[in-house]
Design a protein around this ligand. Structure first.
Ligand SMILES: Nc1ncnc2c1ncn2[C@@H]1O[C@H](COP(=O)(O)OP(=O)(O)OP(=O)(O)O)[C@@H](O)[C@H]1O
Ligand SMILES: [Mg+2]
Length: 395
């Protein structure tokens, strides 16, 4: 199987496995909407796309990517268009509006989106279309990909935008409350930055007290299970010569990548680029030794440090670095007290509470794993590959 470029957008037929996850999500959707999160590159968008292409019996999935949308007006307007394109919306009274907008806006610039008569009306339009979908009796799930990022970017722009973001969240919640029980309109909010980060920021900077997602099921996309990981390797191994010892190669790949599909694909990309026609276990080792050491490959591994640099407050950021510098030294779990002691040897600037809060935040952000042993909290890096990258490049 030839690889265009790892991490590129996938066609549904090239998305492998994830049956267990998809079945689980369809089951939840019968009753409730879902907040789906994970760290970057884990395979969320692939799962959504596959769900849309192969929906459960009777369902229609609508994939809606919202990163970069600049206001609720744009969010709503584009949603109407997508729902119309998929024939989910048929008779909205706003049809004439969207036809007008399409004709008059052309390549719209929503940065200064203020159409007379529409600015401020998005809420009415959004309510109308969700009502129409609900009343159509169809089973529709609107999958809003990168919603937390869109909200984050809005609030970074200023108070007015932040308020509109909070209003959008509240409106979406009201719509779920109104229609979820008696119809089959559902939402999946999907995001790589956690909604918890967004809500914390809204609360701290704008006094937001809403609970916009507490009636949604929280699901986290983790790495692939072994069967799916194996299937993905076999998919890439198609056409490789017979002398390749597939069994040991696959087992070393799964071990090296912690079953993360993005890194499995990266390894095959490396074999291809370096004309390694019959890869061996040694080659798997080389791929990761080389790429972990190569600064030009850094963005393949740097999601966590970028996340901390962008979304953590200064104190939390400093503490997070200390924590990760300590944890990256070993694959094994470390008791919380040992981490605190270590940080105290590095600096006396941090209160114990800040360290504990930051550990919790890193854990909720899926950067580290928490295990309770003898009734005490222990931590380690969640992904060994990221631990190695941190040790080589950051610590
Ligand atoms: N099930 C899969 N089958 C094949 N490749 C996959 C699968 N899941 C993930 N990948 C590979 O990993 C890459 C990242 O997946 P995806 O874009 O779905 O992750 P994501 O969690 O949405 O990431 P981000 O948070 O950056 O949007 C894909 O482009 C693809 O190369
Ligand atoms: Mg994605």
């Amino acid at each position: 199987m030839t690889i265009a470029s790892h991490g590129s957008t996938k066609k549904p037929e090239d998305i492998i496995g994830r049956k267990t996850e998809m079945e689980q999500y369809w089951r939840i959707l019968e009753k409730q909407s879902i907040m789906l999160s994970s760290v970057r590159r884990m395979g969320k968008t692939c799962i959504l796309r596959k769900m849309c292409a192969n929906p459960a019996e009777g369902w229609i999935g609508v994939e809606y990517f919202v990163q970069g949308k600049t206001c609720p007006e744009e969010f709503t307007y584009d949603l109407v268009k997508i729902l119309q394109d998929q024939s989910v919306l048929k008779k909205t009274k706003w049809k004439s509006f969207s036809q007008w907008a399409e004709k008059n806006l052309g390549d719209k610039d929503f940065g200064s989106f203020k159409i007379p008569g529409f600015a401020g009306k998005w809420k009415e339009l959004l309510t109308d279309i969700i009502k129409e979908v609900a009343e159509s009796k169809s089973k529709v799930v609107i999958m809003i990909d990168e919603l937390p990022l869109m909200l984050w970017e809005l609030q970074m722009k200023g108070k007015e935008e932040a308020e509109s973001a909070m209003e959008l969240l509240n409106t979406l919640r009201t719509l779920r409350e109104t229609y979820e029980a008696d119809s089959h309109v559902r939402f999946i909010f999907c995001g790589s930055i956690g909604m918890n980060l967004v809500l914390q920021k809204f609360k701290k900077d704008f006094g937001y007290m809403g609970q916009p997602i507490n009636n949604m099921a929280k699901e986290i996309v983790l790495a692939m299970n072994d069967l799916d990981g194996k299937e993905l390797c076999e998919y890439f191994l198609e056409g490789y010569p017979e002398e390749v010892d597939q069994e040991s190669l696959i087992s070393s790949l799964l071990q090296a990548t912690d079953n993360i599909p993005f890194y499995i694909e990266m390894a095959f990309g490396y074999f291809e680029k370096n004309f390694i026609d019959s890869p061996t276990v040694e080659d798997v080792k080389t791929v990761f030794e080389k790429t972990l050491n190569d600064t030009t490959e850094s963005d393949q591994y740097s999601h966590f440090s970028e996340r901390i640099d962008t979304y953590y407050q200064e104190d939390e950021r400093k503490v997070a670095y200390h924590i990760l510098n300590f944890l990256c030294q070993s694959e094994s779990l470390k008791p919380e007290q040992e981490i605190i002691n270590y940080i105290n040897t590095q600096s006396s600037d941090f209160e114990e509470k800040t360290i504990k809060d930051t550990l919790k935040k890193l854990w909720e952000d899926l950067c580290i794993e928490r295990v309770i042993l003898d009734d005490t909290r222990h931590y380690k890096f969640r992904f060994n590959l990221i631990r190695r990258w941190w040790k080589i490049n950051k610590a």
